[in-house]
Design a binder for this molecule. Structure first.
Ligand code: SAH
Length: 355
């Protein structure tokens, strides 16, 4: 049993079952026993490898995409260059390197990393170098100025609640304890008026997930984009409307039962992109990561980098290109969407949504 499992079982005995969101929050960000607060999980030694950790090309191309969007909006200065959940800071470091030659971009940028984990903030301070570099606890704390933002594998780490429909109505999936094990259970039927109307016609047997904090974060981003200008790129795994149980734990590159190792495994859920879209701003169509990176020029960039490589380094580089773009790898599992002010140009590489 993990140290956090002890804590949670005692908490359940004292104050009753947890929602899946309570459980996810504790697992990921418990102040002393949480996954992101106690470890640096990324990379070959860690539990999973994200796109920026796979290849520098990911951050470079998305950085150039943001820089083009910035130029298309008249190169506003100063502006905030922000990342939500920057992990090791690799993506922002690649964004900054790739945009060095964009006239005025670095001088106008104030880099803000929105990060909850003090341990990861310390690591980001070593990776990201910029004269105006700050950290923020939330999007609401960003400066009041144009905002160019990226979030890769951030929303999948936000706590979700799960609801199951049976003949009696919707019930919330809860986590209780039996002896020294955590177990899933269900609440009494809940007031149907509390459920998202998108799920009104779901038949008995359906399981849906709601990420309560994601729409609030995107509403704040949207408010800033519409008021001050800018663009936000969100890349994650999931779909336009996520359905079914997608709560998943990863430990040492293997799937793990979600209740087995609280605090010692990464926990994520698919992102429901439809629920992210604030009604007050424009958004692109949701497109596969592979399509976006191809349109932004990953093949050219890969060939240029390949010229200086040989042997295992070249093989790794080509494997990374495949991993980022191939439909059988991250290319379609991961999806990308851009948000921008009504009336502003669509950021490069994206499509407008179907009318
Ligand atoms: N974007 C990085 C890391 C993804 S992991 C990459 O692609 O490699 C998720 C990141 O989000 C971690 O940095 C984690 O500490 C951070 N995070 C999770 N929940 C958060 C929250 N509520 N507020 C701010 N950061 C959070």
């Amino acid at each position: 049993m993990t140290a956090l499992a002890h804590v949670l079982i005692r908490q359940i005995a004292q104050s009753g079952p947890l929602t899946v969101a309570d459980y996810m929050s504790a697992c990921l960000l418990h102040p002393t026993l949480g996954y992101y607060t106690t470890r640096t999980p990324f990379g070959a030694q860690g539990d999973f490898i994200t796109a920026p950790e796979t290849s520098q090309m990911f951050g470079e191309l998305l950085g150039l995409c943001l820089a083009q969007a910035w130029m298309d909006q008249g190169s506003p200065a100063p502006f905030t260059l922000a990342e939500l959940g920057p992990g090791r800071g690799t993506c922002m470091a690649d964004i900054l390197r790739a945009t060095r030659a964009v006239p005025g971009f670095h001088a106008a940028a104030q880099v803000v990393l929105v990060e909850a984990s003090a341990k990861l903030r310390a690591l980001q301070a070593e990776t990201v170098a910029h004269p105006h570099l700050h950290w923020a606890d939330s999007v609401a704390a960003l400066p009041d100025q144009p905002l160019f933002l990226i979030a890769n594998e951030f929303f999948d780490a936000l706590p979700i609640r799960q609801f199951l429909r049976d003949a009696a109505g919707w019930r919330e999936r809860l986590i209780g304890a039996q002896g020294d094990s955590l177990t899933f259970g269900l609440s009494d039927p809940i007031d149907p008026a509390l459920m998202d109307p998108r799920f009104a016609d779901d038949p008995p047997g359906s399981l849906v997930e709601i990420c309560p904090s994601a729409p609030a974060i995107m509403a704040e981003v949207g408010h800033r984009l519409q008021k001050f200008g800018g663009a936000a790129l969100v890349i994650d795994y999931g779909g336009w409307r996520s359905r079914g149980d997608t709560l998943q734990a990863l430990r040492a590159h293997r799937f793990d039962p979600p209740l087995a190792h609280p605090g010692e495994a990464d926990l994520t859920a698919h992102v429901d992109f439809e629920a992210l879209c604030p009604p007050t701003i424009a958004h692109s169509a949701l497109i596969p990561q592979g399509t976006l990176l191809t349109r932004l020029g990953i093949i050219d960039r890969a060939s240029r980098l390949a010229k200086n490589l040989s042997g295992p380094a070249l093989e790794n580089h080509l494997a990374a290109l495949h991993r980022l773009t191939a439909p059988s790898e991250m290319g379609t599992l991961f999806q990308a969407i851009a948000f921008f002010p009504l009336g502003a140009p669509l950021p490069p590489g994206f499509d407008l949504p179907h009318a």
